[in-house]
Design a protein around this ligand. Structure first.
Ligand code: ADP
Ligand code: ZN
Ligand code: ZN
Length: 730
């Protein structure tokens, strides 16, 4: 006899799907993409049905219950998830769980569908007595029907009157699902699209013709800051919707880009276009509801951060990856996927146009546009014909400053303040000082769990580890030599703020970093104050370089260019170049142009030259030989294997054994290491890495199929993390 069998992804660290028989009572209702409750070992757990088939299920256990009345995962998305699990060597159940909103994929999910009363009009005659009753009746008559939430937005305390109207036969009351919508009460006035300039029109034409053709096509939109990239996205989305398909917009971090969301909402406000925003600031319930609205086809535009690449759109036609170079598209822990790369895969699978946009494209994308046929669209000019800012280097070897700021930068700030313009200062290190040091014996203070110095936070009088959040009090004296000469050399944003307050006592100074924007809404407040001209000098970490438009900023100062270039990573030049170019782009977006001052001890660095000239093509030409020579991405491919354990000897041995195994079976693959990770100890664990390098992705993937065998060599205490296409190798 033939049974219905469900192949189910379960959130456990195992690669395979688990098969269950579907009992007759559920066989009519079960669909691919639904969550189900299943017996698993000695417990019950929740899984997702990824496939249904006929077969002999005699030996199989039965699934117990369906948790959804409609699928949460459309088939197109399941295909992407399975591809990703395979490519990133990550258990498919955990990949599915990672994609689902909030706690919906977990065993003990609390997220519920909410219901609420909904009212339909039955009659309006004879007119009811109370004025509130008449008001309610008019409101509901105008809409045909209305939910309690909608009614409450308009009319206060409607309960008693609604009850009377139902009792009097005016209204019928039914139960409806309530969608938790973070935008429900806000209205946004529609905007008027500007007429595109020639560059924008050309870029758009390329995208729309790909949309019309209907298949997969990818583009790199390389446009300097303020060149009107967002406007191209908006027009392309409009075209995509007119073809009856949906659009997915990915941004590096959505809480930093409320302006972008507002522009989309304003552009489509006049039309019945559903826009969903997916981000970590939503409650689990809001995310769950947005997800179901997307599955049901009530949403045409999804805007979200990294994990929104898994938005359950049925038929996306366009995927935009804004600021595609941004490292936050890569998830650094657990399921280490790149949302930018998966956007391209999804585009291939579902026949979409994929638009990667940036002022400073990733080296990988630019390389593909030079070498591999990715179409590059250029927006070389700013929209408001504002000149690009004038960038100058300050050589700190010639004029070493007493504090963090050189005389030249102090003078620049002085002038800016006198002209009542705004300044932005970038220092990519939060806290007061990067470490404390005993001036007598040289002892410094490190995290007991990680091989990194503790950062001194003056405001809290604490030492903090920025990796594991270890906190310690500031010692009165050196624990080694008892000296009281404890110094805090170097500067973080907190000290810079203090130094500025001393230099410019009347200036209004604010700081934007992870310490000042932790509170909900704090980031937005700073943005509003800056845009409203209530701040003269804004100090911040790389957060200030991301995606903001500050038209009033006339001076941008980079306190230390060198910190960006000195990381032990082959991408440090690329990152430094991008950061400096991005932050320089914040200057003088309005008329008049702006000035950018960059402090450095190493003014001869090639990437610095290119950043000063804001010349991406030149940077590319200088960087390419390094990558080619060493076979580093994109001229080769990497997989990083990170071993960690509490015991140093154990992890070292395990890494060596695996290294030997891969050297034996690797063929053309180069096996580098094992060596201690640059962060040799993290959160109490010792860490070693083994880097696999290959000219072809296919070779690496073939080797990875042997990974299980290699992992079998590891003792249980040693954890192995696989990072395919690693970005961060600290
Ligand atoms: P980017 O995304 O490249 O930084 P934006 O699309 O945000 O650039 O454009 C910068 C500013 O110029 C925005 O205020 C935008 O509304 C405006 N803008 C863009 N394109 C045009 C245009 N063709 N005509 C007039 N204003 C435009
Ligand atoms: Zn000492
Ligand atoms: Zn630590």
């Amino acid at each position: 006899m033939s049974d219905l069998i469900a192949d189910i992804a379960v959130g456990v660290p195992l690669k395979q799907l688990f098969s269950y028989r579907v009992p007759d009572t559920l066989s009519a209702a079960v669909r691919v993409g639904m969550r189900v409750r299943i017996p698993f070992g000695r417990r019950t757990t929740v899984g997702a049905v990824l496939a249904l088939r006929e077969g002999d299920g005699g030996e199989l256990k039965e699934l117990k219950e369906l948790l959804d009345s409609e699928p949460l995962l459309p088939e197109g998305l399941i295909r992407l998830l399975r591809w990703a699990a395979d490519y990133y060597c990550h258990p498919v159940g955990q990949v599915v769980k990672n994609a689902l909103p909030g706690d919906v994929g977990s065993d003990k999910t609390q997220t519920k569908i909410l219901n609420e009363p909904c009212y339909q009009l039955l009659k309006t005659e004879p007119p009811p007595r109370g004025s509130k009753q008449r008001e309610l009746l008019d409101f509901i008559a105008a809409h045909g029907e209305a939910s309690l939430t909608r009614i409450r937005e308009q009319i206060a305390a409607p309960h008693a009157s609604l009850k009377t109207l139902v009792a009097g036969g005016y209204l019928a009351e039914t139960e409806r699902e309530r969608i938790r919508d973070p935008f429900a009460a806000e209205d946004i006035p529609p905007d008027r699209p500007p007429v595109l300039n020639d560059d924008q029109r050309q870029a758009l034409a390329a995208v729309t013709s790909a949309l019309d053709a209907g298949g997969f096509k990818d583009f790199l939109l390389h446009g300097v800051t303020g060149s009107g990239k967002t406007e191209v996205y908006l027009h392309a989305v409009e075209h995509c919707l007119s073809l009856g398909r949906q659009a997915l917009i990915l941004v590096p971090e959505i809480s930093l880009t409320p302006q972008l969301v507002a522009r989309f909402r304003a552009r489509f406000a006049a039309r019945a276009v559903g826009i969903a925003v997916l981000h970590s600031g939503l409650s689990d319930g809001e995310r769950y509801d947005a997800w179901r609205e997307i599955v049901r086809g009530r949403v045409q535009i999804v805007i979200g951060a990294r994990s929104a690449v898994f938005a359950p759109l049925e038929n996306p036609g366009l995927i935009v990856v804004d600021e595609e170079h941004d490292a936050s598209y890569k998830q650094g822990e657990g399921f280490r996927y790149s949302a930018r790369d998966l956007a391209l895969v999804r585009g291939q699978q579902q026949g979409c146009a994929v638009l990667l946009g940036s002022a400073t494209p990733s080296f990988a994308s630019y390389y593909r546009s030079e070498e591999k046929g990715l179409t590059r669209l250029e927006l070389p000019r700013r929209v408001h014909s504002g000149a690009l800012p004038q960038v100058e280097l300050i050589d700190l070897r010639e004029q070493a400053p007493e504090g963090a700021l050189s005389n030249a930068l102090i003078e620049g700030l002085q002038q800016t303040l006198e002209r009542r313009e705004q300044a932005l200062l970038l220092l990519n290190r939060r806290g007061y000082a990067p470490f404390l040091l005993c001036a007598d014996c040289g002892e410094s203070f490190s995290c007991p769990n990680c091989s990194i110095t503790l950062t001194f936070h003056q405001g809290q009088r604490r030492l903090r580890c920025h990796y594991c959040d270890y906190v310690d009090v500031v010692p009165e004296s050196c624990p080694t030599c008892r000296s009281l000469n404890i110094e805090a050399p170097g500067a973080g944003t907190e000290r810079l703020e203090e130094e500025l307050a001393e230099l410019f006592p009347t200036a209004r100074i604010a700081r934007m970093d992870r310490d000042t924007t932790g509170r909900k809404g704090a980031h937005q407040q700073l943005m509003t104050a800056m845009l409203g001209g209530e701040i003269d000098i804004l100090v911040g970490t790389q957060m200030v370089a991301k995606g903001h438009d500050f038209p009033g900023v006339a001076l941008v100062g980079v306190v230390s260019a060198d910190s960006a270039f000195n990381l032990p990573d082959f991408r440090s030049a690329e990152r430094g170049f991008a950061l400096l170019t991005q932050v320089a782009g914040r200057a003088g977006r309005a008329a008049g142009g702006g000035r950018v001052l960059i402090q450095t001890y190493n003014p001869d660095h090639y990437a610095l030259d290119c950043a000063v000239a804001q010349d991406y093509a030149a940077f590319y030409q200088l960087e390419l030989p390094f990558r080619q020579e060493l076979g580093y991405p994109p001229c080769g491919h990497l997989v990083n294997l990170v071993f960690s354990a509490n015991d140093h000897g154990e992890v070292q041995q395990a890494a060596q054994r695996c290294g030997a195994y891969f050297s034996r079976h690797g063929g053309a693959i180069q096996v580098l290491g094992p060596s201690p990770c640059p962060l040799a100890r993290l959160r109490g664990k010792y860490r070693y890495q083994l880097l696999l390098k290959g000219a072809e992705r296919a070779q690496l993937r073939r080797l990875l199929t042997r990974l299980d065998e290699a992992a079998g060599l590891l003792p249980k205490q040693v954890t192995l993390h696989i990072d395919v296409d690693p970005l961060d190798m600290l």
